[in-house]
Design a protein around this ligand. Structure first.
Ligand SMILES: NC(=O)C1=CN([C@@H]2O[C@H](COP(=O)(O)OP(=O)(O)OC[C@H]3O[C@@H](n4cnc5c(N)ncnc54)[C@H](OP(=O)(O)O)[C@@H]3O)[C@@H](O)[C@H]2O)C=CC1
Ligand SMILES: O=C(CO)COP(=O)(O)O
Length: 324
């Protein structure tokens, strides 16, 4: 497991309690020491107690990776390059890689799975993604959750589903990789915009229309990037959009809400202590769309607010005229 935040903590809980031995890399020495001393990750899902006969926290990336059959990436997308930069190009040979990241590599504007495939010369058949509506906080509370593993290799997806399934987690394989990943990137932008609207005082009536229009925007973009038939009402797509747009636990919605209430980007980021992927995703998708020219009013509005300092109230006034 690569990453020490909420999602890495939740996935380590699921996998280790199912009997897997999990080498767990995180960047912070103090957090590793705390885990080894107390069995708890001090700053994320700190109520979860780990069985240290199956969970092996470490700051040594190479050793952790060397010993693993599977590599699960769970750092925010902005840190995926720096987190993996000590690894040689061949170090993931013979491993299977799962990205639990819902973001794109900033600057490069590529999907995390494409970045990993290129950087480590891995076939996409050795790579999968974790998708579906699932907040780490609810995993800690053992609330019933559903995950989808997307991969061009249904065998790989199915094998990882087996590692995840337990009393409160159901997991299903799916063949779509790019579509799931693009959709997960975009739903963060939509949830962030829902937060902005809420922060400005818009109500549930407006949010329902925003989300409905968002589905159309996402369908247009995902189809332009990767045209193939897919049922966007599946929980890996629509479910993830809904949970992120409506949940009290959503980082993206919380961040947007602060922006709507008048916080600057910097102050909202400082107050959150967690990462809202949507902030970075807006820039990546906006830049990618310069070539595609897909009609994306919600993403454009979010870009104007977050990167061009246009007032959220003004942008939402313009946006609301575009909805039906
Ligand atoms: N949380 C959730 O419920 C879910 C999250 N995801 C996805 O999982 C991924 C990880 O997010 P999540 O676990 O929520 O993250 P969190 O917001 O919980 O934690 C942030 C993480 O980022 C690390 N970090 C912050 N700054 C840096 C830096 N400069 N360099 C390296 N690492 C840094 C933090 O490390 P440190 O503590 O040392 O600062 C911490 O591990 C995201 O792509 C997210 O979309 C997907 C599904 C559910
Ligand atoms: O992807 C998620 C839930 O499925 C997490 O979303 P947030 O990062 O907005 O909390």
């Amino acid at each position: 497991m690569i990453g020490g935040g909420s999602w890495a903590t939740a996935l380590t809980k699921i996998l280790s309690e199912n009997g897997a031995r999990v080498g767990w890399w995180m960047r912070n020495k103090d957090d590793v020491q705390h885990l080894l001393r107390t069995r708890h990750n001090p700053r994320y899902l700190s109520s979860v107690a780990f069985d240290l006969s199956r969970v092996f926290p470490s700051t040594e990336l190479k050793e952790t990776v060397e010993e693993a059959d599977w590599l699960v990436l769970a750092v925010p997308a902005a840190f995926v390059q720096s987190s993996l930069d000590k690894l040689d190009r061949d170090s993931l040979k013979n491993k299977r890689v799962i990205s639990a990241i819902k973001g794109m590599v900033p600057g490069k504007n590529v999907l995390v799975t494409d970045y990993v495939a290129e950087r480590f010369r891995l076939a996409h058949e050795r790579i999968g993604v974790v998708a579906g509506p699932c907040h780490a906080e609810e995993v800690a509370l053992e609330k019933q959750s559903y995950l989808t593993i997307g991969s061009p290799s249904l065998g790989l997806a199915d094998d990882f589903c087996h590692l995840l399934r337990n009393r409160y987690v159901k997991a299903y394989p799916m063949e779509d990789l790019d579509g799931i990943e693009y959709f997960a990137v975009m739903k963060n932008i939509i949830a962030l915009t829902c937060g902005i609207a809420h922060g400005l005082g818009y109500g549930d009536n407006f949010q329902a229309v925003l989300v409905s229009n968002a589905v159309q925007e996402m369908r247009r973009f995902v189809h332009a990037m990767n045209p193939q038939p897919r049922d966007l009402s599946a929980s890996a797509y629509l479910g993830d959009l809904l949970v992120t747009a409506y949940s009290q636990f959503s980082r993206n919605r919380t961040f947007g809400n602060m922006i709507g209430r008048g916080y600057s980007v910097k102050s909202a980021q400082m107050e959150m202590n967690m990462v809202a992927e949507g902030y970075y995703a807006v820039k990546s998708i906006h830049e990618l769309n310069k070539k595609l020219g897909v009609h994306m009013p919600i993403t454009s509005a979010a870009y104007h607010v977050l990167y061009e300092k246009i007032s959220p109230a003004v942008e939402l006034e313009i946006l609301k005229e575009k909805f039906r």
